[in-house]
Design a protein around this ligand. Structure first.
Ligand SMILES: Nc1ncnc2c1ncn2[C@@H]1O[C@H](COP(=O)(O)OP(=O)(O)O)[C@@H](O)[C@H]1O
Ligand SMILES: [Mg+2]
Length: 251
């Protein structure tokens, strides 16, 4: 027996070497962190739900032409993905003021923004993911001007799609964070969507009650974190294979 090679272990996921060159296996952990990992917990079953929700969303994005790293789900916690050269930016898209945006600009949480706003933060926990401008991104060669344009266009398409998808099931998409990476074909590179899209990386509010159905339940100690993630999955119609999961067998 040989042990598979662990490429990287992050806060919420582990990347293993994939079965073919250029592929990786993304394993979703139950570990949950907030505030630069100063707050930590293990929420049993979270990885299973996020694996499934991210699969659902990435598959649909692919079908509308938003290319991404998802190839196929392998099991409850793992998905096969295309390996990319990660662009070290957290790309945030906001429709309604919340979280750090409200703090930074003094806009009360819940205020709709005049238009969707895209922000870039450097992906660096030690530096607390500082917000950066295009000037910094191009000066430090984190991404080119063309790549920034592509990232912004793709992010707006993701936002339009997710807003409609969640809206149809009574969920308001407040904001979300996504990551992009480069794939190379001969001498040319292209930017595709990577990482995950799940209640860990989106703010999702019930459209009628404004109840939070996302990671803010963990950040703010509101309780019922898993129940809320499960509710998101249920509304998206992807709970068919979940009951066994919820009843146990989460590992
Ligand atoms: N397709 C991919 N190829 C290579 N790296 C990826 C891909 N998708 C996501 N990643 C990276 O894998 C890691 C996922 O694990 P995560 O627990 O989210 O890590 P982190 O704590 O660094 O955010 C992230 O660092 C993310 O940038
Ligand atoms: Mg991450």
């Amino acid at each position: 027996m040989t042990r598979r090679k662990k490429i990287y272990e992050g806060k919420a996921k582990i990347l293993y070497e994939g079965p073919e060159p250029g592929t990786l296996i993304q394993y979703f952990k139950d570990d949950t962190t907030a505030f630069d990992a100063t707050k930590k917990a293990v929420l049993e079953g979270k990885g299973v739900i996020n694996n499934r929700i991210s699969e659902f969303i990435m598959t649909r994005l692919n079908s509308i032409g938003v290319q991404n790293h998802f190839i196929r789900r392998l099991n409850l916690r793992e998905q096969l993905i295309r390996e990319v050269e990660i662009i070290p930016l957290e790309v945030i898209c906001r429709n309604i003021a919340a979280g750090s945006f409200s703090n930074r600009f003094g806009v009360p949480e819940g205020n709709p923004l005049p238009r969707s706003i895209i922000e870039f933060c450097l992906k660096d926990d030690k530096l607390h993911d500082p917000m950066v401008a295009e000037e910094h991104i191009t000066a430090f060669n984190w991404a080119s001007t063309q790549e920034i344009d592509d990232i912004m266009a793709l992010t707006l398409r993701v936002n339009d799609f997710l807003t409609g998808m969640f809206g149809a099931v009574g969920i308001t998409l407040v904001d979300f964070k996504i990551e992009f990476g480069r794939v190379w074909e001969n001498d040319f590179s292209r930017v595709i969507l990577a990482d995950e899209i799940s209640p860990d990386s989106c703010r999702l509010w019930d459209s009628t009650t404004n109840e939070k159905l996302d990671k803010d339940r963990f950040r703010r100690d509101l309780g019922n974190v898993i129940e809320s993630y499960t509710e998101v999955a249920r509304r998206l119609g992807i709970m068919k294979e979940m009951p066994t999961v919820i009843q146990g067998g989460l590992h």
